[in-house]
Design a protein around this ligand. Structure first.
Ligand code: 13P
Length: 281
């Protein structure tokens, strides 16, 4: 069995979702791990290619996360995850650096190429959890902007028949970033894909969705929900108000950590909504 397979199947069987929080730096990883440990929640630490570049590379991140787990005495399952990698090469590099979970996102290519690339990743990254996507999740990810294109049931079934992945992210109407209009998440399609294929589903673009949509999604097969924007917004609110009220302070530790409380509250709220509290014991 792969590392962390049990953590994922536990969510699938017991109908809760593991939160995926994107990280951008040491502080974000630290805040997320501290709250997850307090709440006893398993967690995916998501790293986009842009964030990996920003932090210096996959090895830096692996070692930084290992150091935090050790020094902060984190006992809950922490799954270091590559988010939306659009090349097989990047997936292999992250895996070689010790990532636990890999998302190959070849959704911009034809379904045949998507299947081919996904299988290359499955064959190489043998011990990692593998996530893949079809259709188009809207919004932007590292400057790649696209329109929403819902995965069809036939496409989903065809893809899953050809790729033995661990988690599947069909496009169900969600958007990365801020929703510009009322979200239209296709719960019926989610349910149909989940009940016919028995595979943990992933919901991207969790920020900005109502709690009841998140809960409904979990009832209908979603086992991992990704959050990034809402963490950025809450951190930013705290920092902006601190800077405005403390014009003389220039210590970066004080400035960066002025977003900590807000960000931690957001993390705690999502753990509650997703039902992952006390599931990481
Ligand atoms: P949000 O930025 O909308 O929360 O989406 C995050 C995400 O899906 C990362 O893969």
């Amino acid at each position: 069995m792969k590392n962390y397979q049990k953590v994922l199947s536990n969510a699938f069987v017991n109908k809760y979702a593991i939160p995926h929080f994107n990280i951008n730096n040491l502080e974000w990883a630290k805040y997320i791990l501290e709250v997850c440990e307090e709440e006893k929640s398993p967690v995916f630490l998501g790293v986009s290619l842009g964030a990996a570049k920003y932090m210096g590379g996959f090895h830096v991140i692996r070692k930084m996360v290992d150091g935090l787990i050790m020094d902060l005495n984190i006992k809950v399952p922490v799954i270091l995850h590559l988010d939306h990698a659009n090349s097989v090469e990047a997936c292999k590099e992250a895996y070689d650096a010790g990532f636990d979970s890999i998302m190959i996102d070849a959704s911009r290519y034809s379904i045949e190429d998507n299947i081919k690339m996904t299988n290359e990743v499955i064959n190489y990254c043998k011990n990692a959890l593998i996530e893949a996507e079809t259709g188009k999740i809207g919004g932007s990810e590292d400057n790649f902007t696209n329109e929403i294109y819902y995965t069809t049931f036939e496409e989903a079934t065809n893809f899953l028949n050809h790729c033995a992945i661990d988690m599947y992210a069909p496009a169900l109407g969600s958007v990365h970033g801020i929703y510009k209009s009322k979200p239209n998440i296709n719960i019926d399609l989610m349910n149909k894909i989940s009940s016919s294929n028995h595979i943990p589903l992933v919901l991207h673009g969790g920020s900005g969705l109502d709690d009841n949509i998140l809960k409904e999604s979990i009832k209908n097969g979603i086992c991992k929900i990704n959050f990034n924007t809402e963490l950025q917004i809450s951190w930013n609110k705290g920092v902006r108000s601190f800077i405005n009220n403390n014009k003389d302070i220039y210590d970066p530790r004080k400035i960066i950590s002025s977003g900590e409380l807000n960000m931690k509250n957001t993390i705690r709220k999502y753990i509650e909504v997703l039902g992952s509290k006390n599931k990481g014991e």
